[in-house]
Design a binder for this molecule. Structure first.
Ligand code: PMP
Length: 404
């Protein structure tokens, strides 16, 4: 069970006011707030352990290196990877997908080979592949969704053909909250010898994810959505795949030997980590992961589901409110519009009441087009939110409705 008062005490920002109203933070799908232990870790690293890692013989450098590598192991265990060599630190989900799009297409794709994504992808799982359309001539194929915002699996099966080279798909939609049946997608893809990349930006903070059980080939996520710092994230890849891919960025760390005649590259995971690593970010990320592991992902799943059900029930009582994304299997995200009130107006007026929601296309314009809207209001809940805060949201929406 979640001890809500204790949990909220860990997040000082939840006690601040905006416009002299207590902050109600419902923009967790964009970024999560940080518990004290994460900020403390950043401070500790800079105040007591700051030294460039991997290349120093001195004590401080070695200690910082040990912390950074221990963080890698924390993340390995968190997602159930076989080896810490399979955990590459990147700047986040976006960079991880760009890394795979660039190196995979370069190594394995010919013009007219196909990459499958879905209608509900975040732009960061669309645009890197479109860049590759221009560079390597691959073509994007798109799994359609139904009106509830669920993938149509039969259509996915029809899209796979001998030219299909990779499936890159989100685990959970940031805009609708749909939890996709990625187990099934991976099974179908693997039956056809096609590897699968999972965009887990919206999932690892909400439900247990085990890459070995899933058998996905790549999985990516960002620390800042998992209660960790901004600017760092993860690329998981099966060792056999990562070994086959060429380097992405060139520079220090990623080399074995450099000469003007021939440069050779470092082993995994360093082959993909050019430049000074973000050892402050990695250790703070590990602190965040330890924090949610202590709370327990099973407890988080249960509590956030209660919040989702409560919010859905209360929202649907509002006359003229439509929820976008009505899959039976959803994470704690509710996207909605009320009558013809523009999402931006709703968001601005709620903000004046201290309620932070997101409005707009949520970096998923093709999905918005499919749903025939140009944007929605999105409330996304974390385990530090409460039903009382949801009541405030409902009161707020009703007030906005009376203003129009
Ligand atoms: N994919 C999904 C599903 C997301 O929700 C996001 C962030 N909104 C991203 C990718 C991109 O993450 P980042 O901006 O941290 O790289």
């Amino acid at each position: 069970m979640i001890d809500i008062n204790k949990v909220r005490d860990d997040f000082p920002i939840l006690f601040r006011k905006v416009y002299n109203k207590p902050l109600i933070y419902f923009d967790n799908a964009a970024t999560t707030q940080k518990p004290k232990c994460v900020v403390d870790k950043i401070e500790e690293m800079y105040y007591t352990l700051n030294a460039n890692i991997h290349r120093g013989v001195h004590y401080l450098s070695q200690q910082a290196t040990d912390e950074h590598e221990a963080a890698r192991v924390t993340i390995q265990k968190f997602i159930g990877a076989k080896s810490s060599n399979e955990i590459v630190f990147t700047r986040g989900t976006t960079e991880s997908i760009n890394l795979i799009a660039s190196t995979y297409c370069r190594a394995f794709c010919q013009p007219d080979d196909e990459i499958i994504v879905s209608t509900m992808e975040h732009h960061s799982n669309i645009v890197p592949w479109q860049l590759q359309e221009e560079i390597t001539g691959v073509k994007l194929r798109v799994i359609p969704i139904n009106d509830k915002g669920e993938l149509i699996i039969e259509e996915f099966e029809k899209l796979i053909n001998p030219r299909t080279k990779l499936v890159s798909i989100t685990h959970i939609s940031n805009a609708l909250g749909t939890i996709n049946d990625i187990e099934e997608i991976i099974k179908i893809a693997h039956k056809n010898d096609v590897p699968v990349l999972i965009d887990a930006a919206q999932s690892v903070q909400h439900l247990p994810v085990d890459v070995q059980k899933l058998d996905c080939d790549f999985l990516v996520f960002s620390a800042h959505k998992v209660y960790g710092p901004t600017g760092i994230g993860i690329l998981y890849g099966k060792e056999e795949w990562l070994n086959k891919l060429p380097p992405y960025h060139g520079g220090g760390e990623m080399i074995a030997n450099v000469s003007f005649e021939k440069t050779t590259f470092n082993d995994l995971p360093y082959k993909f980590e050019a430049g000074t690593p973000d050892f402050v970010g990695s250790t703070a990320m590990a602190a965040a992961i330890d924090y949610i592991t202590d709370i327990g992902l099973d407890n988080i799943v249960k509590y956030e589901h209660e919040l989702l059900e409560y919010a859905t029930e209360q929202l649907l009582k509002i006359d003229g409110l439509t929820i976008y994304g009505t899959s039976a299997n959803k994470s704690s995200v509710v996207s909605f519009l009320v009558k013809d009130i523009h999402h931006y107006d709703m968001g601005m007026l709620l903000d004046k009441m201290g309620i932070a929601v997101r409005t707009g296309h949520h970096c998923a314009q093709p999905l918005m087009n499919r749903m025939n809207v140009d944007g929605t209001v999105r409330a996304s809940f974390s385990f530090y939110n409460t039903k009382e805060e949801i009541d405030q949201l409902i009161t707020g929406i009703n007030r906005v409705v009376t203003m129009f």
